[in-house]
Design a protein around this ligand. Structure first.
Ligand SMILES: Nc1nc2c(ncn2[C@@H]2O[C@H](COP(=O)(O)OP(=O)(O)OP(=O)(O)O)[C@@H](O)[C@H]2O)c(=O)[nH]1
Ligand SMILES: [Mg+2]
Length: 348
């Protein structure tokens, strides 16, 4: 890991983590390569940055012959959060995707049906969560571009078919293949209470410096439970793997577990819906802005308009976060789910 990195490098690395598009990511990687101290200790990281630049360059390259654009391996985030589907071949990922989002992603009774990322939206209360179907991961094969695709994801579903005799090994393989590429399927969901979460690993300080490390809070989804009469098998799988994910058994045939899964994601992601209100008018109760638990009035203002955020003076809040309806609060006031917020800035 790099020690004594420069402030410029740190800045570029931070920008890379926050980048929303491949173009931005590529610019940040170039800046990281330019500013990284060039010595033995950073050789590995330099090589990794170069590989990522090459991959992104290829993806962003000019349209292929005949004017057709190459396939897109990245999905621009939309909705309140982006959730990636991971799992062994034939586990039922695409079936679940179709059921939850109404997409028509390919479903097949054979492995390796899905070849490209497929986005879709899950309606959840009055917002949407973006679900991205992905090709399978196995001991033998993982699409190399998946690492880039996962960059903007907020969480993952680890889909497993418990009817498959080798499922323990298959899930272990998914976790290992991803971990080799610095993608950690995390048991810890900061916003889930009730003892189903494990604490963050102790070695966090050592690995935090890795700009390519992606930690995805993960739900273990046991698919096709209509075929499996033994709910205890899910616990057995977790025990064998030595993991403790929030886990749900689902079936696209009976609909079991689907509502529960959506609710778990909504809670686990700490999604907070805020309804904006213009002074003197009633609140827009149709289209909430979404932030995360702990976010404040200024975070909401940034979503409304950057000029309003830049000149924000105070806000009035109605809802759980205030002590009384219409309370005047400062930009640092944390908002709560369902709040109505009236922003007052010198721009309004
Ligand atoms: N009985 C039952 N069968 C299911 C269920 N979900 C998926 N299947 C079947 O399982 C097979 C594989 O489903 P897919 O959704 O294509 O699986 P996948 O994980 O996307 O597969 P890859 O794209 O190859 O990784 C298909 O034959 C589905 O009909 C379910 O809930 N119940
Ligand atoms: Mg599929």
């Amino acid at each position: 890991m790099p020690t004594n990195v420069t402030a410029d490098y740190k800045k570029a690395e931070q920008a890379f983590r926050e980048a929303r598009s491949n173009r931005e990511r590529l610019d940040c990687l170039r800046e990281m390569l330019r500013t990284i101290p060039k010595h033995k200790g950073t050789e590995h990281l330099q090589a990794e940055i170069k590989t990522r630049i090459k991959q992104l360059n290829e993806e962003l390259a000019a349209p292929k012959k005949g004017g057709r654009k190459g396939p897109s391996y990245t999905v621009r985030p939309e909705g309140a959060a982006q959730i990636a589907m991971l799992g062994p071949p034939n586990a039922g990922k695409s079936s679940l995707h179709t059921k939850l989002t109404g997409s028509h992603t390919d479903v097949g009774p054979y492995p390796y049906t899905t070849k490209l990322p497929v986005p879709g939206m899950i309606p959840c209360h009055d917002i949407n969560l973006q679900l991205v179907d992905l090709p399978p991961v196995s001991r033998d094969f993982m699409e190399p571009w998946i690492v880039n695709t996962l960059q903007p994801a907020d969480a993952a579903l680890l889909v497993v078919d418990l009817n498959e005799p080798e499922c323990v090994d298959h899930v272990a393989a998914v976790r290992e293949r991803l971990a080799e590429r610095q993608i950690v399927l995390e048991e810890h969901w900061p916003w889930l209470e009730g003892g189903i979460v494990a604490s963050a690993p102790a070695e966090e300080d050592e690995i935090l410096d890795d700009p390519f490390l992606i930690r995805l809070p993960t739900v273990l989804v046991a698919s096709k439970c209509d075929l499996d009469p033994h709910p205890g098998e899910l616990d057995a799988l977790e025990e064998l793997l030595g993991v403790d994910y929030p886990a749900i058994a689902t079936s696209v045939k009976t609909g079991q577990g689907l509502e529960e899964l959506i609710e778990l994601l909504f809670k686990g992601l700490g999604i907070v819906r805020v309804y904006s209100k213009i002074p003197g008018k009633s609140a827009d109760t149709e289209r909430p802005f979404t932030v995360r638990r702990g976010d404040t009035v200024i975070d909401v203002a940034k979503l409304v308009h950057k000029d309003i955020a830049a000149t924000l003076r105070f806000a009035r809040v109605w809802g759980e976060s205030g002590q009384f309806e219409g309370q005047q609060v400062g930009p640092d006031h944390p908002v709560a789910d369902g709040d109505i917020v009236e922003l007052h800035s010198s721009a309004t």
